[in-house]
Structure formats: structure tokens, C-alpha cells
Design a protein around this ligand. Structure first.
Ligand code: GLN
Length: 199
């Protein structure tokens, strides 16, 4: 008898306190999974993985603190919750921020530089590859950070102009750019396949 494995229906959280969370929600639906807009600690316990969207990292960090989610989320990440930070999400996950004295979740061994491209290059789009898994990915940068330094245990997945714009460490993935603002869902598929469905 042939047994066709049922596709696992995942609950993928998107931190929805501020920023570009709706676009991630749409991409999750498009891939046939269940998006969960995360606005409190309870929702954090109902998800298979979490996306921290782009937006304003100072505001998002403050809201996480105000809603008493910062410490529980930090604990969940250190106990292995798959998490993907895009843009401001990268800044929130960084253990160091070169041009800001306040760190937030401080989970990943990277140093982020905020608004790293200056005014002239406040926003731009370029094609890049992600490791040897994704080629020609349309990367949209909006007042984006990059990673200026990282620990040896961090795997660099993409460079744009010699700057690190995508990296992973353990259960964490970060992109300085915004895949949710394009029609290309390969980055989300990569997060799902490599971080959530890895077994
Ligand atoms: N510049 C923003 C910050 O520092 C990040 C921008 C973004 O998420 N598009 O928080």
C-alpha cells in the first residue's frame, strides 16, 4: 500500500507589535501554513517558529518589554525556538549593536550596524545568493542594517558589497533585507525546511 505523507501544517508566528508583519502573514498563507500574529506571551507558546519582521527596532524592543514578552521570548529562543529576523528583526536578535547602546533579545553572536547604508542608499534592491541554496534572490533593503562582525559559530549565507546581509546560528536566521516585500517565497521556504522541519 502506498502511503502519501501528509504535508505538515505549521503554525508560524509573526511578531505583530509593529512593522511589516502583514506581508509575512500573506506569504505564510500562500505556502499553505497557518500564520499566528503574536502580540502576547500566550501566542508564543502556540507556534512552531517565529518571524520578527522589519520595522523600527527601538520601538519593537520597547513594546516587547512593555508587553512583558522580551524575557520569555529570549528564553524560548535559547531553548531552540526557530526564529527568523528580517531587518529590524536582525537588530533585535543581535548581541551587539555598533551604533546603539541598547540591545534587545541579544541572542545571536553578531554585531549589527543600524541604518548602515546612509541616506543615499536608504533603500535599494539587488540580487544576491543565499549560501548554495538560493540563487538570484531579489533582496530589498530599507534603511537596513548589516552585520559588521560575527562569531566563528555564525554561518554567513550572503554578502552584498562585502557586507554580511544574511547569516545563521543554531536555530536563528537573519536577513538584513525584506523577502516579504517581493513575490519570492524561497527564503520563507528555506526557513521552514531548514529550521522548522529539519527532522
Ligand atoms: N532602520 C530600522 C531600525 O534601525 C530597520 C529598518 C527596517 O526594518 N526596514 O530599526
Amino acid at each position: 500500500m502506498t502511503c502519501i505523507a501528509e504535508k505538515k501544517h505549521l503554525h508560524i508566528g509573526v511578531l505583530a507589535l509593529q512593522g511589516a508583519f502583514r506581508e509575512h502573514v500573506d506569504h505564510i498563507k500562500y505556502l499553505g501554513h497557518q500564520p499566528v500574529e503574536v502580540r502576547n506571551v500566550k501566542a508564543l507558546s502556540e507556534i512552531d517558529g517565529l518571524i520578527i519582521p522589519g520595522g523600527e527596532s527601538t520601538t519593537m524592543g520597547k513594546l516587547l518589554n512593555d508587553f512583558e514578552m522580551l524575557v520569555p521570548l529570549k528564553e524560548l529562543i535559547s531553548s531552540g525556538l526557530p526564529v527568523w529576523g528580517t531587518c529590524a528583526g536582525l537588530i533585535l536578535l543581535a548581541k551587539n549593536i555598533e551604533n546603539d547602546s541598547t540591545v534587545h533579545l541579544a541572542a545571536m553572536d553578531v554585531t549589527a550596524v543600524r541604518n548602515a547604508y546612509g541616506r543615499q542608499l536608504g533603500s535599494f534592491k539587488t540580487n544576491t545568493s543565499i549560501g548554495n541554496v538560493i540563487s538570484d534572490f531579489p533582496a530589498v533593503f530599507i534603511r537596513a542594517p548589516y552585520i559588521s562582525k560575527c562569531d566563528n559559530s555564525v554561518e554567513v549565507l550572503s554578502l552584498v558589497d562585502d557586507k554580511i546581509v544574511c547569516a545563521r546560528q543554531d536555530n536563528m536566521l537573519v536577513t538584513a533585507f525584506h523577502p516579504e516585500l517581493t513575490d519570492d517565497t524561497r527564503m520563507l521556504e528555506f526557513f521552514i525546511d531548514t529550521f522548522i522541519n529539519k527532522n
